[in-house]
Design a protein around this ligand. Structure first.
Ligand code: UT7
Length: 331
């Protein structure tokens, strides 16, 4: 029997209406449009405003857009995975709530957290459920309300992050399309360089922690940058070599949108021209788990059946990896 491969067969997205521009940030912290644009490539980011709206709000919207586009009955979905670093709350998984809200009443759900690599690792996990032959429809959502963990008086972090969500449907392919190979890595030395210290069991959120602003993202940008440039390019090269691919074989690079310079460095290492590099960081900033599905949603019209895509990410932890993937449909 032919090996079952796991293809993406539909995409949906949601971005909040509120736009936080570089010009607005200039009025909030000591920064300027030129610095942000040249150092990161970001021009604006979206922020989810309003009481009672968490990550699930955006995840539900993205999933509903996918269901609508695909004309899919949510009762057919068997598993909902929400990749996120900002779940609605501890203990009660966001994915379970999302599944119920979208009418996926026959699905089970769990969250997957690996900072900016959450979605890439989620692709690996979703694909395994499909490849096992036991599951036929797995919904993977990448969603983060980054603004909930950002100190908007800290210029080192508030210029980078934004909110958003993207959803993809994994189904079995009978033509060998979808996930071809993966190279996933992690290294715990990274946790001191990018973290929200007071957020879990090690350092619970106390009044003292809040006074010290330890409930917000801390990042040693320079160290994370150096590791991201080296490691993201390294795994992309490895996955090409392992699959005997050259730059001519690759149609697209879909890399986590943390910094334009990191993405360009990865593209240079695999000799990929800029027209093949998916880029939307200028519009959304770093949306953590949502960057990759938002790329797929924004480029969906340009993707052709059989296109070879190299996915790559690097994030807190450290966590990083690359996936070689064949696109399964024309829009
Ligand atoms: O997605 C998860 C993984 N995260 C990443 O991949 C992010 C990796 N890091 C980065 O993208 C970059 O390190 C940043 C964009 C965060 C910072 O860029 P950088 O080129 O590494 O700048 P830097 O931190 O070395 O700072 C350079 C200068 C410093 O001033 P001095 O010491 O040279 O006088 C900073 O104080 O820029 C200053 N600076 C700013 N100036 C204007 C730092 N933040 C700002 C700012 N506006 N927002």
């Amino acid at each position: 029997m032919a090996k079952i491969t796991a293809a993406i067969t539909a995409v949906g997205k949601y971005i909040p209406d509120y736009i936080l521009t570089n010009a607005m940030l200039e009025k909030m912290v000591d920064t300027n449009d030129e610095w942000i644009t040249t150092r990161t490539g970001i021009k604006e980011r979206r922020i989810l405003k309003g009481e009672g709206k968490g990550t699930s709000y955006m995840a539900i919207k993205a999933a509903k857009e996918l269901l609508e586009k695909k004309k899919l009955d949510p009762k057919e979905i068997e598993l909902v995975i929400v990749a996120t670093a900002t779940p609605d709350m501890q203990a009660a998984a966001t994915s379970v709530y999302v599944a119920t809200q979208i009418g996926a009443v026959n699905a089970f759900g769990f969250d997957l957290e690996a900072a900016c690599s959450s979605f890439l690792y989620g692709m690996s996990v979703a694909a395994k459920y499909i490849e096992s032959g036991r599951y036929k429809k797995v919904l993977l959502i990448g969603a983060d309300k980054c603004s909930s963990m950002i100190d908007y008086t800290d210029r080192a972090t508030c210029i980078i992050f934004g909110d958003g969500a993207g959803a993809v449907l994994f189904e079995p392919s009978e033509e060998g399309l979808g996930l071809q190979d993966e190279y996933l890595k992690s290294d715990g030395v990274g946790r001191e360089y990018l973290q929200v210290k007071a957020s879990g069991s090690l350092y619970p959120v106390t009044k003292e922690a809040i006074d010290k602003k330890e409930n917000f993202v801390y990042q040693d940008g320079k160290t994370v940058f150096k590791n991201a440039v080296f490691n993201m390019a390294d795994v992309a090269v490895k996955i090409l070599e392992r699959n005997n691919l050259t730059n001519d074989d690759i149609n697209w690079l879909a890399a986590h949108q943390a910094n334009k310079r990191i993405i360009e460095a990865t593209a240079r290492r695999i000799n990929l021209e800029s027209s093949k590099v998916m880029m939307n960081i200028q519009k959304y900033g770093n949306t953590t788990s949502a960057t990759i599905p938002l790329l797929l949603a924004d480029y969906e019209q340009q993707l052709k059946k059989g296109d070879n895509i190299i996915f790559a990410s690097f994030g807190g932890g450290f966590t990083w990896g690359s996936i070689y993937f064949k696109w399964a449909y024309n829009s």
